[in-house]
Structure formats: structure tokens, C-alpha cells
Design a binder for this molecule. Structure first.
Ligand code: MSP
Length: 647
């Protein structure tokens, strides 16, 4: 029986069309899956979509559609993207799949029945975009420590998972299995920042929205999305049924994730599995981010790069190559249009493209009847032959460490060595005399053989280009393109060279930069055309409900107010926010006397970064209506409690 290999990507939020950053993870997982299949493993490659949660619910409300109607077309676009990028996944799981939802209820019930989940009251900070809870001390300058965005204070009756119960076993896991989290620096981060300081129990249900899997025994609660999402790795195999797939593929060999979600995968997920008495995955690999001119790519920064545009302009293999080659896997790295075009020109058009076109053109010209058996080797050939023979081992060693860039640079060393071999042996000069025919045959054979080996090893990264090269070279016997055949130098046999054009045409850098820049900056096509509101198309300034939700607006009651000395514009108010008091400065001294404001119920922006004005810290902003001649405070009638949210 074949050995198995189970690899997963994170399941992506279908809140919007996916961008090149998401493609990065999936292309890397695909390269790994293809590599293992080529090696003869029985591979299970799972990806999918993480569809529940408050963010999706809010987005759907903003479009006036049901959450399912919102996500369906986005999920369809994700599948289309994966098909465009040649992603060879075996299973696409949606957290809205009925079998998955039933499995989540089973898991929640089981953990509750055995005392790993209990009911209590939750008060803490919630980051909606990350769907993550934080304690006061974990916040970073009052922002989410993962993404840096504002958090919301939440208080509600909740169910808790006894994460603290698993702290010692988790520490033991990190200490005894140094390979569990990679790269190693990420393991230290988890140990020092989370595990050793002590784990709090985890709030695992919500009542403030309902787009989620209902808690089976208390349906006003929905299951916290990370419990729902992480479980996909086992439900995709059929858990809780003991299916053949589950028995065969679990535990996973690698969960591939971006570094920002390492904590969920290396603390919460193993603890859940320990509680469920299921073996742990063998490895969680946290890769770095593709960074863009303004940092991490996001719609709000306006730096989103659409992979569909890139693939259309340069071809899928070129984009896959760039993603895997440009940045050492694990580290952060920059994406720029210029770097992409330069890589295509230098590595693909020049190095690989020229090697293939020069070699095939010379074989076709000098030996149209095929390379003869009579070949004269020279001592200098040995080095090329040896380097080629060792290449498979080197590529495999890098791939086992998920060092895609390293594996590709090994291949490029041989590509460049081969190009140099052409310059050293000058086949066009050998061709001038009949005496050198058998030497010429040896040179071209060695080159064709180098290309055969290179093209076999390129398959995990670039699924289409090798097939093209085999057609050009007339390599039709599958035994000659089999993965294992790459370790043997000297097998080349052709059924005839096919006339070809450059596999990667050279690009004009300036023209491309201009064209690509223009295309990427065009307003993105409607990502969810089916539910696109017509009005939105003509008025591009609309924001999403999620953008609005980032502003935390609350009611405050002014309990004290005075002029700021030395300023004729500023008033300094002390505002009761329902338990806490904030000091807020406002430029309304021309419109109000301090005593006019006492006890007024006003609208406060609470998550505005505090700033100092005239030596006084202002912790928020009072909303006002402004015309040219006056400024009036927004106040509310009735007796609503300070601290209430404004929606
Ligand atoms: N739904 C969760 C994951 C649940 S897994 C049980 C989630 N989804 S996400 O849509 O936000 O996608 C996150 C993943 O996309 C990251 O972990 C990372 O792998 C990938 N990336 C998104 N932007 C990226 C970059 N700019 N650069 C590299 N990878 C990026 O989190």
C-alpha cells in the first residue's frame, strides 16, 4: 500500500474575493501535494471556506441578503481561482456543509458532556475581523494584537472550553516535539507569549449574532467560529464517523497556515484534539506574509493584487514560480510588480526559456533524423552529468523542509550550469565540421538530458511548463518523465523535436509596469455579481457594513466640563461611559458654555487613538453636526444607559 500524506490549507473567509496573499498559501500547499504524489504517496489535500461568523453576517445584512446567499458566489469565485491556479485539491470543505455542521454539534456536545465545556459569563474584547477574543492584558495599545484593528468590549453569557486544563500537556508537546511547529522561532513565540504565562479558558459560544452552528442543547448560542473552522481538518475526512478516509489520512502531516493564525493551530487545535482523544497533527507550518507597498495587503489600504489579472497577463506557471521562488518560505517578503516582471524575464525567459529553445533548435537543425548512438564524451561533461544526477536529491531535501525557494534555486543552478555548458562547448562551431559530429551529438544529448531532469523536477511548482517542454523534446515515453527517472543521467530518447516558440516571451519592463499598474488599479470587478446592488456600481464610494462597524460609537454622559486654559476653542469634558470615565477634548467652546453640557447624553467615538492636545490627553471624540456658522453636539433623548452602543 502507498504511504499517505495529508496536507491542508487554512479554510478561507468568503467575505470577499481572495487575493494573491491567499493564493500564496494555496500554491505552496499545492506544490507540496504534487511533489508527494510524484514521489508515489497517496495524497489527501484539503482546502475550503470558513463561512460562519459575525463578519459575514454583517456583510450580508449590508447587502440585504442571507449570509448563505452572500457567501455562495464568493465560494464559487474561490473555486474558480483554484482551478485557474491549477490547485490539485482533493476535497473542498465548506463549514456550511450539513455533515460538517452536524459534526460540530457532535463535538460541542461531547466536550460539554465530558466537562471540557462549561457555561459562565464572558467579559472581554473581541476582534470581529479575526473572530478572536482577547483579555485586557493581551491587547496591544487597545487594539487586536494579531491584526492591529480596534476591538469591541463584549459581555455575555457564554460557554467556555477548559483550555487551561491542557496547558501542561501543550508545553510538553512543544518541548518534546520540536518539529511540531515550524519554523522554530514560531514555537518559541507560542511558548513564551502564551503557554508559559498561563492559558485562560476559551469562550466558545456567542449570542450576539446567529450565523453559525447552533449549540445543540442551547440554541440561542452559536459555536465560536474557530472551533467550527479548525474542526474542518477532521470533518473533511468524515469525523465523527470512523471512515476509511479518517483512518487512512489522520493525523495530518502538515497544516500549512499564515503566521497570524499559528496560535489557533498550535494551542487551541491541539487542546481540542487532546480533549477529543484524537492524535495530533504531525506539523503546523506558519509561513510569512507577502507584503505590499503599504504593508500587509488589505482592501482598506487599497493595495489588493488580483491573482486573476496576473495569471491572465503572464500565465499561471509564471505566477506560481514567482510566489514560490521570490521569498524563502517562512519569512515575510515583498511583492512588487517590478520584482515579478524581472523574475519572469531573468529566470523564465532568459535562463530556462533560452536553454530549451537553443537546445531544441540545435538538435532539430543538426540532427533532424534524431541524435545518433555514436557520441563522444569528454572529461568536462562529467561535472554537468554529476550535477544533474544529484539534483533530485537536493530538491527533495529542500522540499522536505518546505523550502520551495531553495528547491527552485537548486534547479536554477543546473539550468545556469547547462547554459554555461553551451557557451563552453560551442556546438555551433562543432557543427561546422563533419569530424566533430559525434562530439556534437554528445553535447546536445547532455543538454537534452539536463532539460529532461530539470523539467521532471519542475512539475510540483509549474504543472504546465514541463509538459510543453516534453512535447518540444519529443519525450513521449512516460518512463522518461517519471519522477524517479530524474535520478539517472543518460536516459534521453526522443520521438522527434517539435518546432516551438518561446515558453516565456521576454517582457518590456517599462511597458509592462505601466500596463500592469493600470490594470491592477482599475476598480476591481464586482466580486459577487449575483448580489451586487446596482446602485453600488455607480457610486463607488460605498463602504461595507464591516467598515462602519470598525468605529465603536457609544453613548456617554457628560459629568464635568471646563474650558481649556489658553484656548478659546477647546472644552474638556469628563464623560461617563457606563462604569468608566473618559476625558475628551472638543473644539466647541464657541458654541457652548461648559455648564450647558452637564448631563447631556452624547455620542462618543471610543476607539479613536488617544492623543494629546495642549498637554491634555483626549480619549475619544464627541460627534457634532457642523455648518459654516455653527457646531451642534449630537445628543440622544430618553434615558439610555451610558456605554450603550450606537449602531
Ligand atoms: N478562516 C481563517 C482560517 C481558519 S483555518 C481553520 C482565516 N481565513 S483568511 O481568509 O483570513 O485566510 C487566512 C490565510 O490566508 C492566512 O493564514 C494566510 O495563509 C493567507 N494569507 C492572507 N493574506 C496573506 C498575505 N498577504 N501573505 C501571505 N499569506 C496570506 O484566517
Amino acid at each position: 500500500m502507498k504511504p499517505t500524506f495529508y496536507i491542508t490549507t487554512p479554510i478561507y473567509y468568503p467575505s470577499d474575493k481572495l487575493h494573491i496573499g491567499h493564493s500564496y498559501t494555496t500554491v505552496a500547499a499545492d506544490a507540496m501535494a504534487r511533489y508527494k504524489r510524484l514521489q508515489g504517496f497517496d495524497v489527501m489535500f484539503v482546502t475550503g471556506s470558513d463561512e460562519h461568523g459575525q463578519k459575514i453576517q454583517r456583510l450580508a445584512e449590508g447587502r440585504n441578503v442571507s449570509p448563505k446567499a452572500y457567501v455562495d458566489p464568493v465560494v464559487a469565485s474561490i473555486k474558480e481561482l483554484w482551478s485557474l491556479l491549477n490547485i490539485s485539491y482533493d476535497r473542498f470543505i465548506r463549514t456550511t456543509d450539513p455533515e460538517h455542521e452536524a459534526a460540530i454539534q457532535y463535538i460541542f456536545q461531547k466536550l460539554y458532556d465530558q466537562g471540557d465545556i462549561y457555561k459562565d459569563e464572558y467579559e472581554g474584547w473581541y476582534c470581529t475581523p479575526c473572530e478572536a477574543f482577547w483579555t485586557e492584558t493581551q491587547l496591544n495599545d487597545h487594539k487586536c494584537p494579531d491584526c492591529g484593528r480596534p476591538v469591541e468590549l463584549t459581555k455575555e453569557e457564554s460557554y467556555f472550553f477548559r483550555l487551561s486544563r491542557y496547558q501542561d500537556r501543550l508545553i510538553e508537546l512543544f518541548e518534546n516535539q520540536p518539529d511540531f511547529v515550524q519554523p522554530a522561532s514560531r514555537a518559541n513565540e507560542m511558548l513564551n507569549n502564551f503557554l508559559r504565562p498561563g492559558l485562560d479558558d476559551l469562550c466558545v459560544s456567542r449570542t450576539t449574532f446567529n450565523w453559525g452552528v447552533k449549540v445543540p442543547f442551547d440554541p440561542k448560542h452559536v459555536v465560536y467560529v474557530w472551533i467550527d473552522a479548525l474542526s474542518n481538518y477532521i470533518t473533511a475526512l468524515g469525523y465523527p464517523e470512523t471512515t476509511d478516509a479518517f483512518k487512512r489520512y489522520w493525523p495530518a502531516d502538515i497544516h500549512l497556515v499564515g503566521k497570524e493564525i499559528i496560535r489557533f493551530h498550535t494551542i487551541i487545535w491541539p487542546a481540542m484534539l487532546m480533549a477529543l482523544q484524537i492524535p495530533l497533527p504531525k506539523k503546523v507550518y506558519g509561513h510569512g506574509w507577502l507584503l505590499f507597498k503599504d504593508g500587509k495587503m488589505s482592501k482598506s489600504r487599497g493595495n489588493v493584487v488580483d491573482p486573476v489579472i496576473l495569471c491572465r497577463r503572464y500565465g499561471v506557471d509564471a505566477i506560481r514560480y514567482f510566489l514560490l521562488r521570490e521569498i524563502p518560505f517562512g519569512a515575510d517578503g515583498n511583492f512588487s510588480n517590478e520584482a515579478l516582471i524581472n523574475r519572469i524575464n531573468s529566470d523564465l525567459a532568459n535562463d530556462l526559456g533560452n536553454l530549451v529553445s537553443r537546445t531544441t533548435a540545435m538538435i532539430d537543425r543538426y540532427f533532424p533524423e534524431g541524435l545518433p548512438a555514436q557520441r563522444t564524451e569528454e572529461a568536462g561533461d562529467r561535472e554537468l552529468q554529476q550535477t544533474c544526477g544529484q539534483l533530485k536529491g537536493r530538491v527533495e531535501a529542500a522540499m522536505e523542509q518546505l523550502q520551495f525557494s531553495q528547491a527552485l534555486s537548486e534547479i536554477w543552478l543546473v539550468i545556469n550550469r547547462s547554459n554555461k555548458y553551451i557557451d563552453e562547448t560551442t556546438p555551433w562551431i562543432l557543427a561546422r565540421s563533419d569530424e566533430n559530429r559525434s562530439r556534437l551529438a554528445a553535447v546536445l544529448f547532455n543538454l537534452a538530458e539536463a532539460i529532461r531532469i530539470i523539467s521532471i523536477l519542475l512539475q510540483p511548482f509549474m504543472p504546465e511548463t514541463p509538459k510543453q517542454i516534453w512535447t518540444f523534446l519529443g519525450l513521449t515515453d512516460p518512463n522518461l518523465t517519471d519522477w524517479s527517472s530524474a535520478e539517472e543521467f543518460g536516459l534521453f530518447r526522443s520521438t522527434g523535436i517539435t518546432k516551438n516558440k518561446p515558453i516565456f516571451p521576454r517582457l518590456d519592463l517599462d511597458k509592462e509596469l505601466e500596463g500592469l499598474g493600470e490594470e491592477l488599479n482599475q476598480p476591481t470587478q464586482p466580486e459577487t455579481t449575483d448580489i451586487q446592488d446596482e446602485k453600488q456600481a455607480v457610486e463607488p464610494e460605498w463602504i461595507e457594513i464591516g467598515d462602519f462597524a470598525k468605529v465603536d460609537l457609544r453613548i456617554g454622559r457628560i459629568v464635568r466640563c471646563e474650558k481649556v486654559s489658553g484656548s478659546d476653542k477647546l472644552l474638556c469634558s469628563q464623560v461617563d461611559m457606563g462604569g468608566t470615565t473618559r476625558q475628551i477634548l472638543s473644539g466647541i467652546a464657541a458654541d457652548y458654555q461648559p455648564e450647558d453640557l452637564l448631563n447631556r447624553l452624547v455620542v462618543v467615538v471610543t476607539n479613536l487613538k488617544p492623543r494629546k492636545i495642549r498637554g491634555l490627553v483626549s480619549e475619544g471624540m464627541l460627534l457634532c453636526a457642523e455648518s459654516e456658522s455653527e457646531c451642534r453636539l449630537l445628543t440622544v433623548d430618553g434615558t439610555i444607559e451610558p456605554g450603550s452602543q450606537v449602531r
